[in-house]
Write a protein of this length. Structure first.
Length: 379
């Protein structure tokens, strides 16, 4: 059992690690695309910057030669007429403005290149971190695979022993399921008998009432004082249960875990056993918790039954209206039959086996069919 649990946990860890590596690879692919795009944009900006600097240098050079040959003032005043002088002045102004524009363009291009370079370096740094994380996860994955292979090798050497353990576990599950079905059947039978008695009592009362119409007033008064089988208190309790049922159902997906901390290692329904590679059908979930951990009620309700079953330890069954929850593999229990419990209230200590504490948790619906607890819990 301990080897099987350990293998279940390792198999789950391997799956989660593979998923994480896949996510990291997707992230690296995205970063590579961003880096390539940014590098292209940066190179294009760098080329524009180079061209702008060359044009500016060429203009400065020409202006330097021109200014040595002609003074700007003499160039304007040596004009043949006023119109030519205005054109020359406008020409010199346009050259000056164009030079300023080139300087501004060069500054902007310099800033754009620097910004792109900074973003590029940040992406490169992120990629480096992702690659390191990927390498760490690969090492972790290889260690887990080695551990799994070691466990499988151990199992192959003791296959007969483990097969017997698995068979015993399946028998234990079957006995627990049979016990739950038996209790449900007994409760349904009890309810049917109570309903039958209530119907018979009502029929008797109706008959007496009809009969009372022909009797004296004192007889009628005496008959009116008869007490019904189902009391007012019981009607109110039934009403409260109906309200609680609605509340439980509305909290689907939001119920707390039945342990403060733990790990689900065997899931609901048809699952593949990693040791035998066979299919097993689980009616609930198995949660590994720290040694000495307590089980706790996932919702307010009434303790329907506290019982003991060899192999399953103490079992606490809590009713939540039409729904119910079952907590098996307890070494001791803190509640008694008929007791009201609150959500997150501790109801028993989880039994320790093979240096692990493992809780078996089940949810039954109004038809006494098993529900998948993971659809109800907010883990």
């Amino acid at each position: 059992k301990g080897t099987e649990n350990e293998l279940q946990l390792i198999t789950r860890t391997i799956k989660e690690t593979n998923n994480l590596i896949f996510y990291i690879n997707s992230e690296i692919d995205g970063l590579n695309r961003d880096i390539s795009s940014l590098a292209t944009e940066r190179n294009a900006l760098s080329r524009k910057l180079t061209v702008a600097k060359e044009e500016y240098a060429n203009m400065v050079s020409k202006n330097f030669v021109f200014s040595r040959q002609f003074s700007p003032v003499l160039f304007i005043f040596s004009s043949k007429n006023f119109s030519q002088g205005m054109r020359r002045a406008r020409y010199l102004l346009e050259i000056s403005l164009y030079r300023r524009k080139q300087v501004e363009q060069i500054k902007k291009l310099n800033k754009s290149v620097a910004d792109k370079e900074a973003v590029l370096q940040r992406y490169v740094s992120q990629k480096s971190q992702s690659l390191q994380q990927k390498e760490q996860q690969h090492k972790k994955l290889n260690l887990r695979k080695d551990e799994k292979n070691r466990l499988l090798s151990t199992y192959n050497q003791k296959e007969k022993e483990y097969s017997e353990t698995i068979r015993e576990e399946q028998q234990r599950q079957k006995k627990l399921n049979d016990l739950i079905r038996q209790k449900v059947a007994e409760e349904n039978k009890k309810k049917a008998e109570m309903a039958k008695k209530a119907a018979e009592e009502k029929k008797r009362q109706d008959k007496n009432k009809a009969k009372a119409k022909t009797t004296e007033k004192t007889k009628t008064s005496a008959k009116a004082s008869e007490k019904p089988v189902i009391t007012e208190k019981e009607y109110k309790q039934y009403k409260e249960d109906r309200q609680l049922t609605g509340t439980f159902a509305k909290n689907k997906g939001g119920l707390p875990m039945p342990v403060e901390s733990g790990l689900i290692h065997r899931r609901f329904g048809r699952q593949t056993n990693p040791l035998t590679n066979t299919i097993e059908n689980n009616s609930g979930i198995y949660i590994v918790a720290p040694n000495g951990a307590d089980a706790r009620a996932v919702f307010e309700g009434t303790v329907f039954e506290v019982m003991y079953e060899p192999g399953s330890g103490y079992i606490v069954w809590v009713m939540h209206g039409s729904y119910s929850t079952v907590y098996a593999q307890l070494s001791i229990f803190y509640v008694k039959k008929g007791e009201k419990v609150k959500a997150r209230q501790k109801i028993g200590r989880i039994a320790q086996k093979n240096n692990k504490s493992e809780l078996n948790f089940y949810i039954l619906n109004e038809n006494a069919s098993y529900e998948n607890p993971e659809n109800w819990l907010s883990h």
